[in-house]
Design a protein around this ligand. Structure first.
Ligand code: UD1
Length: 425
């Protein structure tokens, strides 16, 4: 039996058109939010990912009716749902933690297995639990799951600020628990990541009263019930960023579809600020964002930060680009300071890199060569594909299932651009 892997023949130039799919990190809490009403919600542009399949299955296991109503469109009706999500499916993904807030909001009770997801260093949920407690829930954490219980939830003042900035899924949870509470909840230091605003927009369409979107302080006025709606998931900024980085590495050019100038302005400020020559090598042309290879990239000095800073979910991918710069680069991750499990694999492919505390130091002009490497998480997996496309010879990436969790048809999209790769499974 073959161990699943992807074999990549490197040094190909990439040219052509690809379309960006719906956002994973927007879709997952939005799927959880369908539990907040007994009426059907119809969601469009839901990406085809294993994380999404697992979330849909988690909703089914709770008793929701989940029906495919077209390509990437789902109708979900949570008319009769129970509150026990202690099952292995929810342990496969981080965003299953959002079931807690949605079930607590709707049913005043939830038992959810501890979430899984990528191991990016410590991923506590203390801020989530503190928010539930302040809203009035009794919180129990027996081994392996979290249990929440209350007769009613009451609006209060919350802070989602942790030691490394606001928590993203923590903010989603606080909002979902607060929308049906009595009175007003003020969420200070709310995550400003665009996916939170998408969730709030969908909830407002369902009848919620949330203001302060994108401001860092969300004000949630509780309402007695929410109704069904239809909602289209926005494009995935991390997938877009990955293909834009690929364009800077090998594009002759790569043309990225599905982004608008407004979307780029709102989502890529920190990204373009971090790559000084980016704007000269990428621009809108003929209905697509066209990305050309950067030949003489100056060394990069990147620091990941909560939105609107450079996103931690593009840290491994930008590190591959930085390894090709004409002078040394630094990549610091302040959101997940231990998010460097992929560095041994980078080194195996010839990337000269050294980790000191929360910072990766990269030598200029690394010459990448063939090798066998194993993905350690979703974004690191994508970075290894980029490295393989850049490398001289054949690179084998094991654990391609990590990439399937969060990139829709990644290998097909790369092949469409001219990459030579084969999945063995
Ligand atoms: C989400 C994203 C993930 C992204 C991350 C940071 C989803 C499904 N995942 O993860 O792709 O990399 O945001 O943008 O949307 N923290 C605490 N206590 C808590 C919660 C978090 O201290 O209760 C810390 C974490 O350890 C981390 C930082 O806060 O250092 C940010 O974590 P958080 O925003 O919560 O990440 P996730 O929501 O898990």
């Amino acid at each position: 039996m073959v161990t699943p892997c992807c074999v990549i023949q490197g040094r190909t130039s990439l040219r052509g058109d690809i379309a960006i799919s719906g956002s994973k990190n927007a879709a997952l809490p939005i799927l959880a939010a369908t539990l907040l009403t007994d009426q059907p919600c119809v969601l469009h542009n839901v990406p085809e990912l294993t994380d999404v399949a697992n979330m849909l299955e988690a909703l089914r296991l709770l008793g929701a009716e989940v029906i495919s109503v077209g390509p990437r469109s789902w109708s979900i009706c949570a008319k009769d749902v129970h509150t026990d999500a202690r099952n292995p499916v929810v342990q496969h993904l981080r965003a299953s933690v959002c079931l807690l807030g949605a079930l607590l909001g709707r049913k005043r009770s939830a038992s959810v297995a501890m979430p899984g997801g990528c191991k990016l260093g410590a991923r506590p949920i203390d801020l989530h639990l503190r928010a539930f407690h302040r809203l009035g829930a009794q919180v129990h954490q027996p081994t392996g799951y979290v249990s929440l219980q209350t007769d009613y939830l009451t609006g209060t003042v919350l802070s989602m600020l942790g030691p490394r900035g606001p928590s993203m899924t923590g903010t989603s949870n606080a909002v979902m628990a607060a929308v049906l509470a009595k009175g007003t909840t003020v969420i200070r230091h709310a995550s400003r990541e665009p996916e939170i605003a998408s969730l709030c927009r969908m909830l407002n369409q369902m009848g919620a009263r949330i203001t302060g979107l994108n401001s860092g302080t969300l004000i949630v006025k509780g309402v007695p019930f929410l109704h069904g709606t239809s909602f289209t998931v926005p494009p995935d900024r991390i997938e877009a960023g990955t293909f834009i980085i690929l364009g800077y590495l090998r594009g002759t050019p790569v043309r990225v579809h599905g982004l608008t100038p407004q979307f780029l302005t709102e989502n890529f400020q920190g990204f373009f600020d971090a790559i000084p020559s980016a704007r000269r090598h990428s621009f809108f042309h003929d209905g697509a964002f066209e990305v050309h290879r950067i030949e003489d990239l100056p060394g990069l000095d990147i620091c990941t930060l909560p939105y609107p800073g450079f996103p931690t979910d593009l840290q491994p991918q930008i590190s591959v680009l930085a390894s090709q710069a004409i002078s040394a680069s630094r990549v610091r991750d302040t959101v997940f300071p231990q998010r460097f499990a992929h560095i041994p694999a980078f080194r195996r492919l010839g990337i000269q890199a050294k980790v000191e505390h929360d910072t990766l130091h990269l030598a200029p002009h690394s010459t990448l060569h063939s090798g066998e490497v194993t993905a350690t998480d979703l974004r690191a997996g994508a970075a290894l594909y980029l490295a393989g496309i850049l490398a001289d010879g054949s690179t084998t990436v094991f654990r391609p299932d990590y990439v399937d969790r969060g990139y829709e048809h990644f290998e097909e999209k790369l092949q469409k651009l001219g990459a030579e790769l084969t999945r063995l499974s």
